[in-house]
Write a protein that binds this ligand. Structure first.
Ligand SMILES: Cc1cc2nc3c(=O)[nH]c(=O)nc-3n(C[C@H](O)[C@H](O)[C@H](O)COP(=O)(O)OP(=O)(O)OC[C@H]3O[C@@H](n4cnc5c(N)ncnc54)[C@H](O)[C@@H]3O)c2cc1C
Length: 441
């Protein structure tokens, strides 16, 4: 395999094992990959050439945007690294974002224009993977999923053609891109409709003791809260410097009215178990967390657990989630509020599952060798399965699983059938199979 194999006009860098750049090129956010080869594309033409090449050679393609998913760690195949396609430009409230950009870069540009987009919670996460899978962000109740703000895209197809798409020209493909993952082509540019944002209020509230009554109050608060308010409950051990250890509620108010944010959260602030750590204006880019870089000496352990999109956060779900965390020192539990703009979208309007969910729940035990034996692992799986069964669906972006059947767990049958039809049209030979794969109908 050489650069000549890519054909005339190709300017991509093909990197193979043994090349000087190999070790740095195969590193991604949480590990070191072992593909057969890597192409670092720096233009849309590079992407077309690389896709044609991979299709011709029958190489599976791993599209790497922000590099935060487990797909980057799969052995073999061609990794197509589009991280260099990271331009962000603003035209009124329309924002054009390169397919390899990260959310931190997007927020930094938008802040200068008084605009915001609901993305995820972490600066280094890629716009590509997060948006195509849905994108549950810190302002999801104000503006919906990241995918809900997508109004158009430029896409390189499985045949290497470059197409411009929007809802009027390619409505089914746009539908599929809003939650259907990276199945349909390489998105080289995302077009988002951003929102005027005069400021952001952020609050961090510590929780001491039993979290159950606090979460019951949080549930009541969010049932009536203005959609400017989105909250995240987290209980984490001390292992990630980007997140406070212990139990906390992180709240983001999409706007500058500290008084309104405080009034909405007043019932929580009145609880003796809740302490106010921070409450005030924050620059929009600063609400994003900064995840630690991958450290080969100290790799992140695996994770036994899962997530659920929950329609009714009853006491049973709260108890199971808190108990999961309480009974395992090296574990995490998380709840994120949905509803608001997220719930305004009809189920059939996008490929994302479970629009009726009002909360997103996640828990997992870290699979640390010597700490989690087979029995403990089985118990974590069983406890999690009981929580997942109470949900209305699972969110693919928050799993580290690369198992082939995951897409069928994520999508209701009618969504799956529609996705498979779009896949057949745009990627009939399944070149883009390293994702939560939709098999062509
Ligand atoms: C620290 C951390 C924090 C996170 N926080 C959140 C959060 O707050 N909310 C949330 O919803 N999710 C969150 N996630 C999950 C995140 O959305 C997924 O891991 C997502 O896949 C990451 O996208 P990426 O581009 O960085 O990853 P990559 O590994 O580069 O891409 C993942 C997959 O997306 C597809 N893809 C990526 N870019 C493109 C493109 N341009 N065109 C076509 N396909 C593409 C490919 O199929 C690829 O395999 C978080 C993950 C981590 C590790």
């Amino acid at each position: 395999m050489s650069n000549d194999d890519l054909g005339a006009g190709a300017v991509s860098t093909l990197i193979r094992p043994g090349d000087a750049e190999w070790d740095s090129a195969r590193r991604f956010h949480s590990g070191i990959g072992s593909p057969a080869a890597i192409i670092r594309a720096s233009s849309v033409d590079d992407v077309s050439d690389a896709v044609r090449y991979a299709a011709g050679q029958r190489l599976d393609v791993t599209i790497r945007g922000g590099g935060h998913s487990a797909w980057c760690g799969l052995p073999g195949g061609l990794t197509l690294d589009i991280g260099a396609l990271d331009d962000v430009s603003v035209d009124g409230t329309l924002v054009h974002v390169g397919g390899g950009a990260t959310w931190g870069a997007v927020a930094a540009v938008l802040a200068g224009h008084g605009l915001g987009i609901s993305s995820g919670d972490t600066a280094s996460v890629g716009v590509g993977g997060l948006t195509l899978g849905g994108g549950i962000g810190l302002m999801v109740r104000a503006w919906g999923l990241a995918a809900d703000q997508l109004v158009g895209a430029q896409l390189v197809t499985a045949r290497g053609a470059v197409v411009e798409i929007d809802d009027s020209s390619h409505s089914e493909l746009m539908w599929a891109l809003r939650g259907g993952g990276g199945n349909f082509g390489v998105v080289t540019r995302f077009d988002f409709r951003a929102h005027p944002l005069e400021g952001v209020v952020a609050a961090s509230l510590g929780i001491e003791g039993d979290a159950r009554p606090v979460l019951q109050t949080l549930r009541a608060v969010m049932a009536d809260a203005p959609r400017e308010l989105t909250v995240t409950y987290m209980d984490v051990p001390a292992m990630d410097p980007s997140a406070p250890a212990g139990a906390s509620i992180e709240a983001v108010w999409a706007g500058s009215d500290v008084g309104a944010a405080r009034a909405a959260l007043a019932p929580l602030l009145a609880l003796s178990q809740v302490s106010e750590r921070e409450f005030g204006h924050t620059p929009y880019p600063d609400v994003l967390l900064h995840a630690p870089e991958f450290d080969p000496e100290n790799p992140m352990p695996g994770f036994v657990g899962g997530n659920a999109l929950v329609e009714v956060l009853d006491d049973d779900v709260i108890d199971r989630l808190v108990s999961f965390r309480e009974s395992r020192p090296a574990s995490v539990a998380m709840l994120r509020s949905l509803g608001g703009a997220y719930g305004d979208i009809e189920q059939s309007a996008t490929a994302f599952p479970a629009r009726g969910a009002t909360w997103f729940a996640m828990a997992g035990a870290f699979d640390i060798p010597g700490m989690l034996d087979d029995d403990a692992r089985a118990a974590a799986e069983r406890d999690w399965a009981a929580i997942e069964a109470l949900g209305a669906g699972v969110y693919g972006n928050f799993t580290t699983s690369t198992e082939a059947d995951w897409a069928t767990r994520m999508y209701p049958p009618e969504t799956m059938a529609r996705l498979a039809a779009v896949k057949r049209e745009w990627d009939p030979t399944n070149v883009f199979c390293r994702n939560h794969n939709v098999v062509p109908a």
